[in-house]
Design a protein around this ligand. Structure first.
Ligand SMILES: Nc1ncnc2c1ncn2[C@@H]1O[C@H](COP(=O)(O)OP(=O)(O)OP(=O)(O)O)[C@@H](O)[C@H]1O
Length: 902
């Protein structure tokens, strides 16, 4: 039976297999949440679970204090809100939700948000559609439409990271949500121009194609186009139309109806742009999709020729003062790349602008009036960021950024958690742990990534200096700079490895980094281009000439960003530099907060949900990899720094009571017993510590305790065995004595019997002699009697022979003698010895019967009386000296008569 407990750090053995078993057994029991110290591990049920997030549950978690400890996303929300309201810990609170794609980050963040919104609605006496919690929930479908897409792993995958910052004012129960702000990270804008096989573009394209009215489609020239290259209409599904209405409703509720029309126009322009292809005729670039070019230019408020020129002609400028040199693009791919750059740029600007409008709505509400100045605002931040990513091939700049962010978040978590542990151990009256020792490795790895001489350093430098390094040179530079960095390091941390060189001696384009979640191999192919993310200047100046107010609006904001993203020397910031800045900013926010973590885990790659068989829905290796990637194993390792094994005083005392010196100790209280035990074994003192609230032990300490316990037991066992053997020997001896004594008793008894028997035998012999005499007498008597009988018989025969000459006895026969109903059917004939005739001896109506057969016999006697069965037979018998009587055979009896008696 696996341990099934609500907090993984309470497991007796803190290793990944025990953690896996525990989580699996909880998943089987439909318990999808588990604590891992301060972290909440959320297993994805992959389907709606009845009542898991219902209003009843919200109410329960909002009002019942015992639910605090129950692992659930609402419990975490409740705990965080309480900390914020009552000023427990830091002023600001943050919840970081992470996990791999499809693990349930967005769902959990949404449930959390809806719980916080419900708590707020409870506080608001009058529900108001302009309340922040209502607006926040409305903004979700809009952001999902613009920023989510169908991927191979998840039908509704968020392709951007987001930080939702809820601003509260007030103290205690009167704390109120007054505004909110949503910040996004790393929108995957490459998806607008190109998607991997089996994946889709952002939902908004399909929603628009499925839901727009015919008139609007005609206006945007979206009708009768066989195929859209960037978002095929064939990929639209039934859900898209319904979601289109949800998006439109969200835009209306956020009062962004005007933006909606501009949005459709811009998206239609992107569809048209995506369909433009390039051909070269007489050394000039042309296109066969002129109508798409015209439509795109019209919708963007641009001149179509100028637009086409931006795609096909490049401007070079050596310095700010020297004139630009104009050259046509050298290949179709180059033209397509410039077209895609414009598509990406416009989409990104549109996404940022819509987000900004949403943020404006979330900031200007009625709630903050009146009390805003009395209290300092408190933030509750929800961070839903990409999880750690590692593909078998082609990990590039995006994965480097994502994994760097996760590495920093994990480092942040480790540092904070270790500090907490330090405080905890100090409160327990124990030595604190050496923080530097434990976090040095992690810190080193981050500096390998973003330090002055690091992966980021090399990539940025190559972008700024523009020395024309190819992909393999970049790879070699990364490696050599990292080798230099590792020289002075005290202990060799998990570090970037040598670039992999294939056997064909092809130039290396891969380097690998051992992250906390595992080794990731990155490819430097096109990494520099991605890092530059250059928008040609001529493209920006063309856009600035647009007649569309919406493009002007987008550009106005992006122009600000454009300026802000340039360094002091006028160079444009690279993607890595911008990302690092935004991450630094995020870390500053998190530093000001008490951070709570939700680690989402997907139990299997396929869409098999919790109602299927356990073997189908639980993929051990996949879950294990995720536990590592999202830092659960790391969390547990951190929990185990110092004294990884913790148990209550009672448990320790029960387990190791044999180690206390005397039996009397066992009557003491558990903590005192623990203290006595640790005093009895001073070698164990530094490994097993008696804390104020529980026992703390190292693996070594428990090993020692177990060894001594075994020793004590062995000693006790040998004493018991000795005693038992002694007991057996005594028992055997007793049995021998008993056997001997019983033999004596039996022999004595036997002798007694023998003597008695002897006496009896002589008496018997005497009696036998007497018996023999009496037997002889009886033989004589019998012989005499036989002889007498024979004599008499002979005499009788002689008399009978003499009578045979006499006439046979005559019996009178009644005429009804053979009637079965007659009262008396047969008579008896009395054969008198001295009479030759048979006569009936009794009336009534006796029948005299002629017994002719008697002639055949040589003796006389009595013939039995026969009566019908219904009549009770009465017999009259007389003694006779004759040995035989005559019985007529049944066949010769009159009908209805039976033998009654002989
Ligand atoms: N708590 C839950 N209850 C029911 N289903 C869930 C839950 N969490 C996730 N799911 C299911 O898993 C799917 C993926 O979840 P979600 O979109 O939240 O993953 P994600 O981690 O945000 O993925 P991505 O990083 O790709 O956006 C959801 O569409 C939903 O079907």
């Amino acid at each position: 039976m696996h341990e099934n407990i609500e907090d993984l750090t309470h497991l007796k053995k803190l290793d990944s297999s025990t953690v896996l078993q525990c989580l699996q057994s909880r998943y089987k029991q439909k318990q999808f949440y588990t604590w891992a110290g301060p972290t909440l591990v959320a297993l994805n049920p992959l389907k709606d679970v009845p009542d898991l997030y219902s209003k009843r549950m919200m109410h329960l978690f909002a009002h019942e204090s015992f639910t605090y400890k129950t692992p659930h996303i609402f419990a975490l929300g409740q705990r965080t809100l309480r900390h914020l309201q009552w000023g427990l810990g830091k002023t600001h609170q943050a919840i970081v939700v992470n996990g791999e794609s499809g693990a349930g980050k967005t769902c959990n963040a949404l449930y959390l948000l809806s719980f916080l919104a419900a708590m707020e609605t409870n506080n608001n006496e009058v529900p108001n559609s302009s309340n922040i919690e209502v607006l926040l929930c409305q903004s979700n479908p809009l952001l999902e439409a613009l920023g989510n897409a169908q991927t191979l792993k998840n039908e509704n995958s968020s392709r951007f990271g987001k930080l939702i910052r809820l601003v509260y004012l007030g103290e205690g129960a009167s704390t109120q949500l007054v505004s909110a702000h949503i910040e996004t990270y790393l929108l995957e804008s490459t998806r607008v121009a190109r998607q991997a096989a089996g994946e889709r573009n952002f939902h908004i394209f399909y929603q628009m194609l499925a839901g727009l009215s015919d008139s609007l489609k005609t206006e945007l020239e979206l009708k009768d186009v066989p195929i859209w290259e960037i978002a095929s209409e064939r990929d639209c599904n039934a859900v898209d139309e319904a979601q289109f209405h949800a998006t439109v409703a969200a835009l209306e509720k956020l009062s962004l109806e005007d933006t909606a029309n501009q949005l459709w126009k811009l998206l239609a322009a992107l569809l048209h742009l995506g369909n433009i292809k390039f051909t070269v005729t007489q050394e000039t670039w042309t296109t066969n999709q002129r109508h798409h070019l015209e439509s795109a230019a019209r919708l963007l408020g641009l001149n179509s020729n100028e637009l086409f020129q931006v795609f096909t002609v490049r401007n070079f400028q050596a310095g700010t003062k020297s004139p630009a040199v104009v050259r046509p693009c050298s290949s179709q791919n180059e033209c397509a790349a410039r077209r895609d750059t414009l598509i990406k740029l416009l989409y990104r600007m549109m996404f940022d602008t819509v987000l900004e409008s949403v943020n404006e709505k979330l900031q200007h509400t009625n709630n903050d009036q009146g009390q805003g100045h009395l209290f300092t605002p408190k933030y509750l931040c929800i961070l839903d960021l990409y999880g750690f990513e590692s593909f078998q091939y082609g990990n590039s700049l995006e994965q480097l950024c994502i994994n760097y962010a996760n590495e920093r978040l994990q480092y942040y978590f480790t540092i904070n958690y270790l500090k907490e542990q330090q405080v905890h151990l100090a409160n327990e009256g124990l030595n604190s742990i050496d923080l530097d020792e434990n976090v040095l490795d992690k810190h080193n790895l981050i500096s390998f990534l973003d330090g002055p001489v690091s992966v980021f350093g090399v990539l940025n430098e190559e972008c700024y200096l523009n020395r024309g390094c190819d992909d393999s040179q970049v790879c070699i530079r990364i490696q050599s700079s990292l080798n230099e960095r590792t020289k002075g390091v005290r202990s060799m941390p998990p570090s970037p490895r040598m670039p992999r060189v294939s056997r064909t001696k092809a130039p290396p384009v891969e380097f690998a980094i051992s992250h906390y979640a595992g080794l990731v191999s990155y490819s430097t192919v096109a990494m520099l281009d991605k890092n530059r993310d250059q928008v040609p200047g001529e493209m920006m100046s063309l856009l600035s000439k647009s007649k569309s107010p919406f493009i002007k609006l987008l550009l106005g904001k992006d122009a600000l960003i454009f300026n802000a993203t340039h360094t002091m020397n006028g160079r444009r910031h690279t993607v890595l530099a911008k990302f690092k800045n935004s991450l630094d900013n995020l870390m500053r926010i998190l530093n000001a907060c008490d951070v709570h973590y939700v680690r989402c885990i997907r139990p299997s790659v396929s869409e098999i949900h919790y109602t299927s068989s356990p073997s189908q829905r639980w993929d051990q290796d996949y879950v294990d990899a995720q536990l590592k990637a999202c830092g659960v194993i790391d969390t547990i390792k951190v929990s185990s720094f110092g004294y990884p094994i913790r148990m209550s005083h009672e448990e320790f005392a029960t387990r190791y009571q044999y180690l206390s010196s005397s039996r009397r100790d066992r009557n003491l209280d558990a903590k005192e017993i623990c203290r006595r035990i640790s005093e009895n074994y001073p070698q164990m003192a530094s490994e097993v510590r008696v804390g104020n609230s529980q026992m703390y032990a190292t693996e070594k300490g428990i090993e020692m305790a177990e060894r001594w316990k075994l020793q004590v037991r062995n000693q006790a066992a040998s004493i018991v065995q000795r005693w038992w053997r002694e007991h057996l020997r005594r028992q055997k001896a007793a049995v021998t004595i008993q056997n001997w004594w019983r033999t004596i008793v039996v022999v004595r008894a036997a002798n007694k019997v023998k003597r008695w028997w002897k006496r009896k035998r002589s008496a018997a012999q005497l009696l036998l002699k007497v018996g023999q005499i009496s037997n002889s007498v009886r033989v004589v008597q019998r012989t005499v009697r036989r002889w007498l009988a024979r004599v008499r018989a002979r005499r009788a025969i002689r008399q009978l022979r003499a009578q045979i000459s006499c006439p046979p006895p005559v019996a009178q026969i009644d005429e009804n003698w053979c009637d079965s109903n007659a009262t008396l059917k047969v008579v008896s004939l009395n054969w008198a010895e001295n009479n030759n005739c048979a006569k009936p001896t009794q009336s009534p109506s006796l029948i005299s019967l002629q017994l002719s057969r008697l002639n055949y016999f040589y003796s006389v006697g009595v013939i039995s009386i026969r009566r019908p069965p219904s009549v009770r037979a009465r017999f009259i018998t007389r003694k006779t000296c004759l040995p035989f009587s005559f019985i007529p055979p049944k066949t010769q009896l009159p009908t209805g008569l039976t033998d009654a008696y002989l």
